[in-house]
Design a protein around this ligand. Sequence first.
Ligand SMILES: C[S@@+](CC[C@H](N)C(=O)[O-])C[C@H]1O[C@@H](n2cnc3c(N)ncnc32)[C@H](O)[C@@H]1O
Length: 217
Amino acid sequence: MADKTQKAYRASKNIYDDVITQGSFLSKMYIKIFWSGTDDNEIARKVLSYIPDNFKGTILDVPVGTAVFTENKWKSLPESEITCLDYSEDMLEQAKQRLKDSSHISFIQGDVGNLPMEDETFDIVLSMNGFHAFPDKEKAFKETHRVLKTGGKFIACFYIKGKSSLSDWLVNTILSKKGWFTPPFHTEEELIKILEHMYKDIDIHVDGSMVYFCCTK
Ligand SMILES: C[S@@+](CC[C@H](N)C(=O)[O-])C[C@H]1O[C@@H](n2cnc3c(N)ncnc32)[C@H](O)[C@@H]1O
């Protein structure tokens, strides 16, 4: 499973940013057809707006990927201490290149299901487009919760099943087989139950087959 993830993100490392940001006509068509036009750029803006512009504190970005969405935000928070973690060395290398001149940002290659941090380390845990890729979602929920301080914010966005038959078909027949996504996936109702069990003040929104939310430990 782990090798499949490494392989999948190695294979897509040169096209990932273009596809997710709809940088070309083809990627725009792909999003329009398979993802009901849901704009990941817009979701990223909404997710990042949960983090105040003058935030000073500790942040975990997991998975950072190539930092295509978080680069500008992280650079604008020099008084924060930001840790970027990803399983794929290829994706992490691109994030390092993007953020290399920022001494408040550090990088770790690792597994969200086994985070190498003490309990209650972070004020914010951000997880963009990660949970649909993580192989062990239960461990990922547990670990991100464990490393978050009491009163800290868990902010995330990812794919949920059951909203669009075309997105579900693509995820099941192609994206999961290649290793970019890893089942099982949650429905909105299942996710809300998990969050209600672990967090309070849940602000959750659905856009097409994507969910984004902010909640407090
Ligand atoms: C769709 S990308 C999202 C990256 C970035 N957050 C973004 O929004 O562009 C999913 C990322 O999850 C990472 N990933 C998959 N399994 C992981 C795991 N067990 N632990 C940490 N990262 C993992 C992949 O390497 C990949 O970079």
